[in-house]
Design a protein around this ligand. Structure first.
Ligand SMILES: *Cc1c(COP(=O)(O)O)cnc(C)c1O
Length: 201
């Protein structure tokens, strides 16, 4: 479980650390940088938001996992930063599974094409650890099940196509409102914010 601590204070994070939580997710680069400077290696830091190329270098040195990589261009840029600091950076590919138009991510077809992309294997300073997705903002359980199950199938197929199938072991899906359904559908990583920390202002 990743504790999503965006907009939450260092006191809130400290409380979660004291309770044994180790991994935290943040959506905003500046906020993540400040919190990392405060806690350092006491916590693992996942970036779960939309990452702009010019900000990769701010999080590359310490990010445990960059979730939500939504273009090949961004993978190339992350690889470039990884090379500069001699680090292999773990990434998840974000897949657009929801009905809302605004969410970022690859389509299912684009993910399958990406996995077969010869240029992908040449990016030696990134490691594709799996997929990440967000379901529709809906209370229709059958719709959510369908979206998560589709992503699980895509995950299995992508793992088979992966250049490094052993490393391809993470399926990040499920948030406060839908994590139980996501776990039933094969999620290996849930990202929980408001259920842990209370509603965000
Ligand atoms: C905010 C956020 C979460 C956590 O959402 P909650 O509903 O508060 O659990 C999970 N994943 C992403 C990508 C987020 O932006």
């Amino acid at each position: 479980m990743i504790a999503v601590s965006k907009k939450k204070s260092v006191e809130d994070i400290q409380e979660a650390l004291d309770a044994g939580q180790k991994s935290f997710g943040e959506n905003y680069v500046q906020e993540l940088v400040e919190k990392e400077a405060h806690f350092k290696e006491k916590a693992n830091w996942h970036f779960i938001g939309h990452l702009q190329s010019n900000k990769i270098k701010m999080i590359a040195p310490f990010a445990t996992l960059i979730q939500g990589v939504d273009s090949f261009k961004l993978l190339q840029e992350i690889n470039k930063e990884g090379k500069k600091i001699d680090k292999v950076i773990d990434c998840l590919i974000q897949v657009h599974i929801a009905q809302e138009e605004t969410k970022f991510g690859f389509s299912e077809e684009e993910v399958e094409a990406l996995m077969l992309f010869p240029e992908l294997a040449e990016l030696e300073n990134i490691r594709i650890k799996g997929l990440m997705g967000m379901a529709s903002l809906s209370i229709d359980i059958s719709l959510l099940k369908k979206e998560f199950s589709n992503l699980k199938n895509l995950f299995n197929n992508s793992k088979l196509m992966s250049f490094d199938p052993d490393a391809f072991d993470t399926l990040s899906m499920g948030m406060s409102s839908d994590y139980k359904i996501a776990l039933d559908c094969g999620s290996t990583m849930i990202r929980i914010g408001s259920t842990l920390f209370g509603e965000r202002k």
